[in-house]
Design a protein around this ligand. Structure first.
Ligand SMILES: [Cu+2]
Length: 153
């Protein structure tokens, strides 16, 4: 409990920036998708949401291979964003403008934005999906110390 809330300050990332539009397709019953949208809004994105029962056709239309699939798909400029990608990686993508299809966090790792369970965080990677459908690690997030058993720090 000691100072645990001081560990992460996602709110600071988008401070003072103009709203950046992003379009999100998600299932209306998906709680964690809703939380991810809230995370983006908190970080200065202007989120347009479309509720769909199945995001797979959207993913396919946007050219993202199914193996990178998660619970929601988004369109940011010319990039596809799949899953619980942290807002700071979206900012970095917009800043660096790599030649790529977009970013993906496949599956739904615990502790990614919108998938918070207390202070627990599993290790996960944000993948940069290239135009040929291959990918490389864009940013790795390590497991939170509080997830590694109950060691006192
Ligand atoms: Cu989710």
């Amino acid at each position: 409990m000691l100072g645990a809330s001081m560990l992460a300050h996602p709110l600071l990332a988008g401070a003072g920036t103009d709203p950046t539009p992003i379009t999100v397709w998600k299932n209306p019953d998906c709680g964690c998708c809703h939380e991810w949208v809230a995370h983006l809004r908190k970080n200065g994105f202007e989120v347009i949401t479309h509720d769909v029962n199945d995001t797979a056709p959207i993913r396919q239309k946007l050219g993202l291979p199914a193996k990178f699939g998660s619970c929601h798909t988004a369109s940011l400029g010319n990039y596809v964003i799949e899953g619980h990608v942290p807002a700071q990686e979206l900012r970095r993508l917009l800043r660096e403008k790599p030649k790529a299809r977009g970013l993906a966090v496949p599956g739904m790792p615990v502790g990614s934005p919108g998938m918070e369970v207390g202070n627990t965080r599993d290790a996960y990677d944000v993948l940069l999906v290239l135009t040929d459908g291959s990918s490389r690690i864009y940013q790795s997030y390590s497991q939170s110390p509080s997830s590694k058993s109950s060691v006192k720090s």
